[in-house]
Design a protein around this ligand. Structure first.
Ligand code: HEM
Length: 500
């Protein structure tokens, strides 16, 4: 009798749980279709190490706008150009939010309150204010102007000198590249350059090259923050990450104090100076609730280094990889540079008009390299309609830029590296709307001009100075073996840089 009661109770519990799951994971009416996942985790366990490839596979069944659940969160996948454009351009205001999870709070929060800081994860008035300030300040500091350009050329000289010291020994340029890009970020933010072996600089490099890449494994902690408390791999990962982040913040605090001492109000040379001036101005006007405080600046700096260093360094590393893989393209770049500019001076941004082939190479590198294949997820500000489907307020939104850049309906022979696709018959540069490595819409990358400048100058000047090749008999792995971590990077490879 007792046994019978127990089995009825068990049956009841299973039925109740099933009803709960059914209502919790039932797609709201009118939303795009999609596969079912498993209770609690949704579709997350099936996304694999290359989620963008899995999503492309799903689009063959469900179409180019579909939904999955990540945990209990409805997530809309925008898998092609039409879907991304309709959401991010035609309905720009409806898709301008982010939805920070547990790890984002830890990375972008402050020690003093629970507010999210910085550009990358904040929303509403705070985000609008900081974004406006960032865009204006980055522009004023001279994206494309000579001061910043000479800082980048200085870093290219340092990169060249290190390569020459290698004396034709093969090297993977990736690590050195991140150091150079981090130094350029220091020029923009603090008007300062570090020697690569400086202790403070090493702390930043450790954060960028060791701690930050581990964030690609943060998914389970985002879903279940308690995992970080249980002894084992997640606890260790979280402890290492937060320690590294504290060290980074301490370096920034120290640099801010030094900067404040030497900075004259109104004499803006860098981002930090502009920020401190703005703070002083607002305090003088009696605005004691200003967003411009030190916590905000620290997180913004972390965002700039975090979002701007590995992305740019991976892009340039992809460029060198493709030049080794396609020596004919490398030779053509060098021929164009030799004939239009010569070899006795640096290549500068003004030369771009004569070097459209080099620009086309940079664009083709970004199209096929796809360093941020799923962009940064956004969230729907309000209920809206995209291509006939309902998108409820609060859904996650994920654009599959990887597929946008490989869609055969828009790109002829998309798997092939063909810079000419970005040139018209007169050799003028083309910018098709389907090319969007920096995303589009209200939250598109604010570092786009800086990144493009770095990529162009590093590609053109290094190819003008060196021939890039792999050691004889070296097995260069194909692009399909790319590494998908925090960004998509080329398969590990070694290059010999031979001075020309
Ligand atoms: C080749 C290099 C880069 C690529 C491919 C890249 C790509 C992206 C992408 C796809 C996004 C997401 C935009 C969206 O949600 O629509 C983004 C956001 C962002 N990027 Fe970049 N980025 C690069 C370099 C940089 C640099 C150099 C900086 C720093 C100045 C930077 C700072 C940011 C910030 C702060 C955001 C968040 C913007 C916001 O939420 O309002 N990025 N980037």
């Amino acid at each position: 009798m007792l046994g019978l009661l127990a089995s009825w109770q068990a049956l009841f519990l299973v039925a109740a749980f099933s009803v709960y799951i059914y209502f919790k994971w039932r797609r709201p009416k009118g939303v795009p279709p999609g596969p079912n996942g498993v209770p609690v985790l949704g579709y997350a366990p099936f996304l694999t190490a290359r989620p963008h490839e899995k999503l492309l596979e799903l689009s063959k069944t469900y179409g180019n706008i579909f939904t999955i659940y990540i945990g209990s969160r409805l997530t809309v996948i925008l898998n092609d150009y039409e879907a991304v454009k309709t959401a991010y351009t035609d309905n720009a205001d409806a898709f301008a939010d982010r939805s920070p999870g547990f790890a984002h709070y830890a990375l972008n929060g402050s020690d003093h309150d629970s507010r999210i800081r910085g550009l990358t994860m904040s929303n509403g008035d705070q985000w609008r204010t900081m974004r406006r300030f960032a865009l204006t300040t980055l522009r004023d500091l001279g994206m494309g102007k000579s001061r910043l350009q000479s800082r980048i050329l200085e870093e290219i000289d340092s990169f060249s000198a290190t390569l020459k010291k290698k004396n034709l020994k093969p090297a993977n340029p990736e690590h050195l590249m991140i150091a150079c890009i981090a130094n350029i970020m220091f020029a923009v933010t603090f008007d300062k350059r570090f020697e690569h072996d400086d202790q403070q600089f090493r702390t930043i490099m450790d954060f960028l090259t060791i701690a930050l890449p581990t964030l690609s494994n943060v998914g389970p902690i985002q879903l279940f923050p308690w995992l970080r408390l249980i002894p084992g791999k997640f606890k260790k990962f979280w402890a290492d990450f937060t320690t590294s982040q504290t060290l980074l913040r301490n370096v920034f605090r120290k640099e801010l104090a030094l900067h404040e001492k030497s900075h004259d109000f109104g004499q803006v040379q860098d981002y930090v100076g502009a920020f401190q001036d703005q703070r002083e101005k607002e305090l003088k006007q009696g605005n004691t609730n200003t967003y411009f405080d030190e916590d905000e600046l620290i997180v913004e700096l972390t965002n700039f280094f975090g979002a701007g260093a590995e992305t740019t360094a991976s892009t340039i590393t992809w460029a060198y990889y493709f030049m080794v893989l396609h020596p004919d393209v490398q030779r053509k770049v060098q021929d164009v540079i030799d004939s239009k500019i010569g070899r006795d001076r640096d290549i500068i941004m003004e030369d771009k008009v004569n070097l459209t082939y080099v620009e086309a190479v940079c664009q083709e590198v970004q199209r096929l390299g796809n360093v941020v294949p799923l962009s940064i997820a956004r969230s729907a500000v309000e209920d809206s309609n995209v291509l006939g489907f309902n998108v409820p307020k609060g859904s996650y939104i994920m654009p599959n830029l990887w597929n946008v850049h490989r869609d055969p309906r828009h790109w002829d022979a998309p798997e092939q590296f063909r810079p000419e696709r970005f040139l018209d018959e007169e050799g003028r540069l083309l910018n098709p709307p389907q090319f969007m490595p920096f995303s589009i819409g209200k939250r598109h990358c604010p570092g786009e001009s800086l990144a493009k400048m770095e990529v162009f100058l590093f590609v053109a000047n290094i190819l003008a100075r060196f021939n890039l090749s792999v050691p004889r008999g070296y097995d260069l792995r194909p692009p399909e073996e790319y590494i998908n971590g925090l960004t998509a990077r080329p398969p590990p490879f070694e290059v010999i840089f031979t001075p020309r």
